[in-house]
Design a protein around this ligand. Structure first.
Ligand code: PEP
Ligand code: MG
Length: 762
């Protein structure tokens, strides 16, 4: 450590030790502050030291050593007014050899400050908000040394906590402080799951509250930091390995690479060490360095660096959680109020840990339409707005948020006018939902009498209730892996059996198509590992779904037994995911048939009849349909995966999210060939990807001859309304011709056709 740095460290440490004693003493808050300013002034050899605190949105001189005492509680400056107001408003440092030469200088005669030339001030920050200013002044005209300013910042950080715990500032005065990130804000994003929700902001990864800022024993703090760093590096290596094995989006992997870079960045580590040397606890030292980084980034104002800072912010929070032992996501703490969850991204299993009754919406900085967290949120009816990159800049824990995914917007701290407009739209959307609910018992028949089978996608026990609520014809896709995702160990056969039996019981006469586990890619399980050491570069194309199931046959056998027994005396529909070639289907089916034969031989209860189906998610399968179709009872097109392989565009990669064109001629031609071929072979064909849940795309598919859709429950109403207002035979030639012509604006043309012919499309 350079000698000047050492001096600053010693000065800061000495101040901190003395501050600690003062704050622990029994004197009242005012007398404590009076002592604090004196200690700082003496240690830094300045003539003046003053503390301004925010009260009712105004900075008030609370204590001074060196200015006139009459000014205490008299001098008041609004945010942005004078040097002190500027520091608080901009959360910036000022260090001036001649205070009067600064354009923002205002003279406060009651303070007697005209004798002092130099001025240095730093914001006192709590929860990323300026709650006051700590300033020193000297008669001599000199810039304070950087190390002195650093010492001042360290002290300001401790002061923030001490002032808060002494009750000199409170959260309410903070909330009404009117600083620049206050006020109503609107951010736009991508509608991932439609709907509206009102609730209070909860960070999925909660911020750590720092209880102690001044170290009792510097060595102990250093050891705590070392241990936390070691664990953090371990975690990041683990996350990187997981991402490689099971694959998350490319975006996620980029973030991990940045995490890794910071986790091994010696500069960052050294600065935290130095902050510990100055007498801070490990937590306070991490936060102190982070405050410094924030300030630097604000000065630089570069958007690329801002992204980096965000990564470092994440990592810094992770380190704080490790060092303080405040682990886990907000789900563990429980939701105490209606909540809007804010996250960079999250996995489907993490979402399922939250109390669904209180969760009213989710805002993600990343996210894409067909990622599994979106699918799960849709299944449980929670609106999700994605790709709101800047959300972390404008929102604080506990802020009131209105998510209007339909409009692609989230409102932060809304004004009464915004709240009112939101409430009106909310009521309207509820009314529309009520109208859809009223159609519950009406059949999904087109105006010209074509019956369309409308089924729902599900994956959790509670989802079956949606069958009743929507009046759907059955469950067209039951994602059995969801049960695996919410379990910390491999669900045993008995547990699986009970679940499948309960689902079938609740569904009554309506069919349920169970899909065997689709694990891998973004649906990772800690208890199932790839035995292969080779790293998967593209896990969506990797060891997942049927590939994994055919290798880990025990898993598939257990599931087969559980399904066949669970369906005792009933009809069982089962289908296999990610079939690329007919032999995979045959092998998977053989596993079921063998289990069925065994059960029959041993006179065990079993399904009355089993229908087998295949998903079509891999384009290669379309080329062998002539071989496969005769062996199938039904075919289900999984467009979420299919499209990503068809367009070579990662479904979870936000940058490409808008590139999935569900109404592109290439895709519609491809789907139309499959539908024609299956219909001609007399094999039932349906679509169970998200594209079936949008009115225009569903209309196109029906026009192309599709008769079964399995969609998210909330879409049943709007899709049924569309079907009931559509004349299919009048529409079919139109869509066929559009698709044949390769038009690039199919969406617009469909919309005009629908409007002209009175088809309800929204
Ligand atoms: C699909 O890929 O379209 C599908 C329905 O399966 P999942 O979304 O679960 O991958
Ligand atoms: Mg799929």
């Amino acid at each position: 450590m350079p000698p000047s740095q050492q001096i600053a460290t010693i000065a800061a440490r000495e101040i901190l030790t003395r501050l600690h004693d003062v704050m622990a003493s029994r004197s009242n808050a005012q007398s404590k502050l009076d002592q604090v300013v004196q200690i700082i002034s003496t240690a830094l050899l300045s003539d003046v030291c003053s503390i301004y605190l925010l009260r009712d949105g105004v900075l008030e001189l609370f204590a001074t050593y060196g200015l006139k005492q009459e000014a205490v509680h008299v001098t008041r400056l609004s945010l942005g007014q004078g040097l002190v107001g500027t520091i608080a408003r901009d959360m910036a440092i000022l260090n001036l050899s001649e205070a009067t030469s600064h354009p923002d200088f205002v003279h406060n005669p009651e303070t007697g400050e005209e004798f002092f030339h130099s001025f240095a001030g730093v914001p006192i920050v709590r929860r990323e908000q300026a709650v006051g200013v700590l300033a020193v002044q000297s008669a001599e005209s000199r810039r304070f040394a950087d190390i002195e300013v650093e010492a001042l910042q360290t002290v300001a950080m401790v002061l923030a906590e001490l002032i808060f715990s002494a009750g000199l500032i409170d959260e309410n005065s903070l909330a009404s402080s009117g600083s620049k990130d206050q006020g109503s804000l609107r951010y736009n994003g991508l509608k991932l799951v439609e709907g509206m929700g009102r609730g209070y902001a909860v960070f999925h990864q909660p911020r750590v509250t720092i209880e102690f800022t001044v170290a009792e024993d510097v060595e102990v703090e250093r050891q705590r930091l070392n241990a936390a760093f070691a664990r953090m590096r371990e975690q990041i290596e683990h996350m990187a390995q997981e991402a490689e094995f099971f694959g998350n989006s490319n975006d996620h992997r980029e973030v991990l690479a940045t995490y890794r870079m910071f986790a091994y960045d010696e500069g960052w580590r050294r600065r935290i060490d130095e902050a510990i040397d100055s007498g801070l606890t490990a937590e306070a030292a991490i936060e102190r360095v982070q405050q410094h980084n924030r300030m630097r980034m604000r000065e630089i104002g570069d958007p690329i660096l801002a992204d980096r800072l965000h990564d470092l912010e994440d990592l810094s929070n992770r380190l704080l959680r490790l060092v303080s032992g405040q682990l886990g996501t907000a789900a563990r703490l429980g939701l105490h109020d209606d909540a809007i969850l804010i996250a960079r991204n999250m996995g489907p299993a993490e979402l399922l840990e939250y109390d669904r009754r209180r969760l009213k919406g989710i805002v993600l900085e990343e996210g894409s339409l067909t990622s599994h967290v979106t699918i799960v949120a849709k299944a449980i009816g929670i609106p999700v707005l994605g790709r709101v990159k800047e959300i972390h800049q404008g929102v604080r824990e506990g802020d009131l948020l209105l998510v209007d995914s339909n409009q692609g917007a989230v409102f932060i701290r809304p004004t009464p006018e915004i709240e009112e407009a939101f409430a009106t739209r909310f009521a309207l959307s509820r009314k529309r939902r009520a109208e859809f609910a009223a159609m519950r018992d009406l059949p999904a028949i087109t105006r010209d009498n074509h019956r369309i089978e409308l089924m729902i996608n599900a994956g959790l026990r509670d989802d079956v209730a949606a069958l009743e609520a929507t009046g759907a014809d059955g469950i067209g896709l039951f994602r059995t892996e969801f049960e695996f995702l919410v379990s910390s160990t491999l669900p045993r056969r008995e547990r699986q059996l009970r679940l499948y039996r309960d689902i079938l019981e609740a569904a009554g006469d309506r069919p349920v198509i169970f899909r065997t586990v689709d694990i891998g890619n973004d649906k990772t399980l800690p208890y199932i590992n790839n035995s292969d050491e080779t790293v998967e570069e593209n896990p969506a194309l990797g060891w997942r779904a049927i590939r994994l199931a055919l290798e880990k046959k025990a898993l598939l056998k257990v599931q087969a037994r559980a399904l066949i027994e669970g369906a005792a005396g009933k009809t069982l529909y089962v289908m296999f995911p990610m079939i690329a070639e007919p032999w995979e289907y045959e092998q998977a089916r053989a596993v079921f048939e063998k289990q069925n034969a065994w059960l029959a031989k041993h006179d065990k209860p079993r399904a009355k009849r089993i229908y087998y189906g295949s998903m079509l998610e891999v384009p290669s399968l379309a080329e062998t349909l002539d071989i496969l179709l005769p062996k199938l009872d039904f075919l289900s097109i999984g467009t979420n995966d299919l499209i990503q392989f068809f367009f070579a565009a990662d479904r979870a990669y936000p940058k490409l999210a808008e590139r999935y064109d569900w109404l592109s001629p290439a895709l519609l031609r491809f789907l139309s060939r499959i539908i024609d071929q299956a219909n001609a072979a007399g094999c039932k064909v349906g679509i169970c990807g998200e594209m079936g849940g949008r009115t225009l795309t569903a209309m196109a598919l029906i026009g192309l001859g599709l008769k079964r859709l399995s969609i998210t429950p909330v879409a049943i109403g709007p899709i049924k309304a569309m079907i009931r207002s559509l004349d299919r035979d009048a529409f079919a030639p139109f869509i066929r011709e559009l698709v044949a012509s390769g038009a690039s604006n199919i969406g617009d043309q469909l919309e005009s056709w629908a409007k002209k012919h009175g088809v309800v499309i929204n």
